[in-house]
Ligand binder design. Structure first.
Ligand SMILES: [Zn+2]
Length: 188
């Protein structure tokens, strides 16, 4: 599949999800057994850990179709970048989606500031650039959109592996935003 075909497939799956027409293909025991010896996912998703944001459902995909990395705030830290590098270098996924979303708790927490303890402070520090880029009147959802865009750039800036494949035209990194009201994902 070309990158355009992959984006179309994600978009079509999202349309089915948003309109209650999930086909739920490739989720049965025969699919499960057919991929025991290897995976060939067609896209990589960097999404939030939020229980409401389930990429396999949002894009109506089956087992082995998406390589999904989830961390609160869909941030580019060393572990998430390394996981995506694996998908690009070893599984040859051509499309990386950074999926921000409506009402993100990580972004809300970051907007409130304060001391959240060592671990959460570290995670929230990754969201600072999105706040710096946002206007003071920006909503949590505005910041989520900006964060997805900045994180998409950050994946390229932080990883020679990702950067090389993007520069060679083999991989695209696409920021996206999921709206829970409509169920729709906007790309770009
Ligand atoms: Zn979130």
């Amino acid at each position: 599949m070309t990158t355009d075909e992959i984006l179309a497939r994600l978009s079509d799956g999202n349309e089915r999800f948003a309109t209650d027409q999930l086909n739920s293909d490739l989720q049965d025991s025969s699919r499960r057994k057919s991929i025991i010896n290897g995976q060939k996912p067609f896209a990589t998703i960097l999404g939030c850990a939020d229980s409401r944001i389930v990429p396999e459902l949002i894009f109506d995909t089956g087992l082995g179709e998406l390589f999904v990395v989830r961390v609160a705030g869909n941030i580019a830290n060393k572990s998430s970048v390394a996981s995506i590098e694996y998908a690009v270098a070893h599984l040859n996924t051509k499309v990386i989606i950074v999926l921000g979303h409506q009402n993100c708790g990580a972004i809300t927490a970051a907007s409130q500031g304060g001391d959240n303890g060592e671990n959460l402070n570290h995670l929230l520090s990754h969201l600072k650039p999105a706040f710096e880029e946002s206007k003071k009147t920006a909503t949590v959802n505005d910041v989520a959109k900006i964060n997805a865009k900045l994180t998409a750039k950050e994946l390229i800036a932080k990883s020679a592996i990702i950067k090389n494949t993007v520069d060679n035209g083999n991989v695209i990194v696409v920021p996206a935003y999921y709206d829970m009201d409509s169920g729709k994902v906007d790309f770009g």
